[in-house]
Design a protein around this ligand. Structure first.
Ligand code: NCD
Length: 305
């Protein structure tokens, strides 16, 4: 059993068999993470570079831990690189490649950078978030976490709530969940819903109570202030009043709901502290599962022939 593509650039167009294989493989690695010695020799001798040109805590540490737990040799590079000294991105990548690397994990503020890397490098490329485009491993770990709790993805109603317009997590969730047979919707102020999103087969809610009532899962997004999201809403307090997920709202509408959030969370904005620490959410399970899912992707790509 192997994946149909030697890169993971997004979940758009990834066949159901590939997603299934990654999620099943992640279950095996999830078990490894419970052992006292959380390490297997699977990627011994492989060299992986984490190229992060944009801020990241969770995703970068998660990839690095996943690589170490598979016994790969890993190197990290952040944006304080030669690009700042005037070297082109292409030359930087060629230099990294000349050091004989097998795999590159890339995060960049521009959409399409991972795709571009596949043309200038022979390494396997994994997208760790490109601009407003995709963040496939986040989509996969979200699906893994839903399945872990609810036992399936097919037929579930999943709503992505919040700053959909600036979110790469939203798109990867939409593509992945649709492939797995879930019914996907978004809920946000109209100014945060990208035009034409219905063409992806996504239902739109603009009333959060309605969305909570009609869904099994909410995946809550952060308001991306660094991407100027503040211009799309009157204030964060108003956003919280109309769209914030609070215990009161959940208890009034649907006590069975499962709450996900890719992090980082902004307490008191898109989610109240009570919900963020409460019984409906699986936010830290997502983080644990993220390591297992990334181990699965690294293993499946790293052992491909
Ligand atoms: C997300 C991202 O960077 O796209 N975070 C993450 O990787 N867990 C979402 C965000 O920054 O809000």
């Amino acid at each position: 059993m192997s994946l149909s593509n030697r890169h993971l650039l997004g979940l758009n167009g990834v066949p159901i068999e590939d997603i299934q294989l990654i999620l099943d493989t992640a279950t095996t690695f999830r078990e490894v993470l419970e052992r006292p010695i959380k390490k297997v020799p699977t990627l011994q001798g492989k060299t992986i570079v984490n190229l992060f040109f944009e801020d990241s805590t969770r995703t970068r540490i998660s990839f690095e831990l996943a690589q170490k737990r598979l016994s790969a040799d890993t190197v990290n590079s952040t944006s304080s690189s030669s690009v700042k000294k005037g070297e082109t991105f292409k030359d930087t990548v060629r230099n990294i490649e000349a050091m004989k690397v097998d795999m590159i994990i890339v995060r960049h503020k521009s959409a399409g950078v991972p795709q571009y890397l596949t043309r200038i490098s022979k390494a396997n490329i994994i997208n760790a978030g490109d601009g407003l485009h995709e963040h496939p491993t986040q989509g996969l770990l979200d699906m893994y976490s839903i399945k872990e709790r609810l036992g399936r993805l097919e037929g579930l109603n999943v709503c992505i709530v919040g700053d959909v317009a600036h979110s790469r997590v939203a798109l990867s969730n939409i593509y992945g969940l649709k492939t797995m047979g879930a019914k996907v919707s978004v809920c946000a102020p109209a100014t945060m819903i990208p035009m034409g999103i219905e063409s992806l087969g996504v239902k739109i809610y603009t009333n959060i109570d309605e969305a909570i009532k009609r869904n099994d899962v909410l995946n809550i997004l952060r308001i991306q202030l660094e991407r100027n999201a503040g211009t799309r809403i009157p204030s964060l307090r108003e956003y919280h009043n109309y769209f914030g997920i609070t215990s009161e709202r959940i208890e009034k509408n649907n006590k069975e709901i499962l709450i996900l959030h890719p992090g980082p969370i902004n307490r008191g904005v898109e989610i109240s502290s009570e919900v963020a620490d409460g019984p409906y959410q699986v936010i830290l399970d997502q983080v644990t599962n993220g390591v297992a899912v990334r181990m699965a992707v690294l293993y499946l790509l790293g052992t491909m022939h």
